[in-house]
Design a protein around this ligand. Structure first.
Ligand code: 6PG
Length: 233
């Protein structure tokens, strides 16, 4: 079931998203010993990462952190998603380094993909690779993760190599096949610049958008008013 929540402003949205993260972690850790998270990069989630880093009562030693995608650039490059999450979240929480599974871009790209697939498989073992909490952004062209086309959205491999037309670097991305196995997917979309793509996705239901192939039982859209203009009655 997909739910859409529109918040008056970004700060209320971020507060609610932190509480959702905490609630989902608490629920899962009542039954199991690990809470698995897959995070997207980009600018939008930075306030969420920063607020989450300050939140008390999260058992970070039981949280296992993966990345939805990575730009195939060195780990110290400003465009690297792992570096972005490290700077705004990981460096400020007591999460054991063994609980963080970076996509290793120091390897040849095909080996980087194999290495990440190995990390996923050895963590999830024989169980289905299914994250408890997957955070997605939305590109103004309707991409999610680093999946830019409908064709890429329909691929069945677990981890893909992709490239955005206008970018010189390649990207490594979980496939939608894997992302859609998540127990909870949260789209975090804010700001006026996302207004039109949200209209195409949620009002027009445009099937040419990679984002329109995201689907799981626990899917939620966290939107602020300026992004959700076309959805307001
Ligand atoms: C990335 C992200 C990507 C992002 C969207 C939105 O690596 O860029 O995974 O999917 O979520 O491009 O990016 P902004 O939040 O910067 O608008």
């Amino acid at each position: 079931m997909t739910s859409i929540t529109i918040f008056d402003d970004e700060s209320m949205l971020i507060h609610s998203l932190v509480q959702l993260f905490k609630t989902k972690a608490k629920e899962k850790l009542k039954k199991k010993s690990c809470f698995t998270v897959a995070l997207s990069g980009g600018k939008t989630p930075i306030p969420f990462f920063e607020a989450l880093a300050k939140e008390k009562g999260i058992l970070w030693d039981k949280v296992y952190l993966f990345f939805v995608d990575e730009r195939y650039v060195p780990s110290n490059d400003q465009k690297n998603n792992g570096l972005l999450v490290k700077r705004h979240l990981i460096d400020h929480i007591k999460i054991p380094m063994k609980n963080v599974f970076y996509i290793d871009t120091s390897l040849a790209i095909k080996n980087s993909v194999l290495d990440y697939e190995k990390k996923l498989r050895s963590f999830f073992k024989k169980k289905k690779i299914s994250f408890d909490f997957t955070l997605l952004g939305l590109g103004t062209d309707g991409h999610i993760a680093s999946i830019f086309t409908k064709a890429a959205a329909l691929k069945k491999e677990p981890v893909l190599i992709t490239q955005k037309k206008e970018e010189t670097f390649k990207r490594i991305s979980l496939s939608l096949f894997l992302i859609n196995q998540s127990k909870n997917i949260i789209f975090l979309v804010t700001g006026q610049e996302k207004r039109e793509i949200l209209r195409k996705l949620l009002v027009q239901k445009n099937k040419n958008l990679a984002a329109s192939y995201v689907s799981c039982k626990g899917m939620q859209f966290f939107l602020d008013q300026s992004a959700a203009q076309f959805l307001l009655k």
